[in-house]
Design a protein around this ligand. Structure first.
Ligand code: ADP
Length: 170
């Protein structure tokens, strides 16, 4: 099941929220800042112990003061024109998060629009990759998993809705 939600990812009732982190995992602006503020200072301590994360991969922590089970810190690529492996690295973030959610027996996961803020990924292209990866995962895996695409603005939510419709119709 896939949903599009407009609002703050830290307020969602799901098992896992995904953070759009950076390679140092030491917090930043955007969704990363919002998650660290809501989770409290123990999140930064937990992240520090992880010692960073390469682009395209994910690391998990507890969620501390956010009432979800886990936070998955995914490091999306910075957009540099699209010929430096950005699409594959972005797809890899989604794949790693979905695989980890399965391994940890999570039943719901919410994604922000990874790389679409300060990392400057063109939203249409990022949304196409996000929808493709999630749909392929759900097509392959028969265990139910609730997936929420959490958007911070209506324009982004509309992109997800259009892309989900396009996927179903093809
Ligand atoms: P990145 O560095 O990967 O580009 P950003 O945090 O700058 O990550 O932005 C990623 C997306 O998250 C953007 O579309 C931004 O509008 C959105 N965003 C920012 N704050 C929140 C939040 N609290 N909940 C959900 N999405 C958010």
């Amino acid at each position: 099941m896939i949903e599009v939600h407009l609002g703050d990812i830290t307020r969602l009732q799901v098992d896992v929220i995904v953070n759009a982190a950076n390679t140092h995992l030491l917090g930043g602006g955007g969704v990363d800042g919002a998650i660290h503020r809501a989770a409290g200072p123990r999140l930064l301590e937990a992240c520090r112990e992880l010692g960073g994360c390469p682009v395209g991969e994910v690391r998990a922590t507890p969620a501390f003061s956010i009432p979800v089970k886990r936070i998955y810190h995914a490091v999306g690529p910075v957009w540099r024109g699209g010929n430096l492996g950005e699409p594959e690295l972005l797809a890899s973030c989604y794949r790693h998060c979905l695989a980890l959610a399965r391994r940890e027996h999570m039943s719901s996961i919410a994604f922000p629009a990874i790389s679409c803020g300060v990392y400057d990924y063109p939203p249409e292209q990022a949304v196409e990759i996000a929808v493709e990866e999630v749909q392929q995962h759900l097509d392959r895996d028969c265990e139910p998993l609730r997936i929420v695409f959490c958007c911070f603005d209506e324009a982004m939510a509309e992109l997800y809705r259009q892309q989900l419709d396009a996927y179903v119709r093809r």
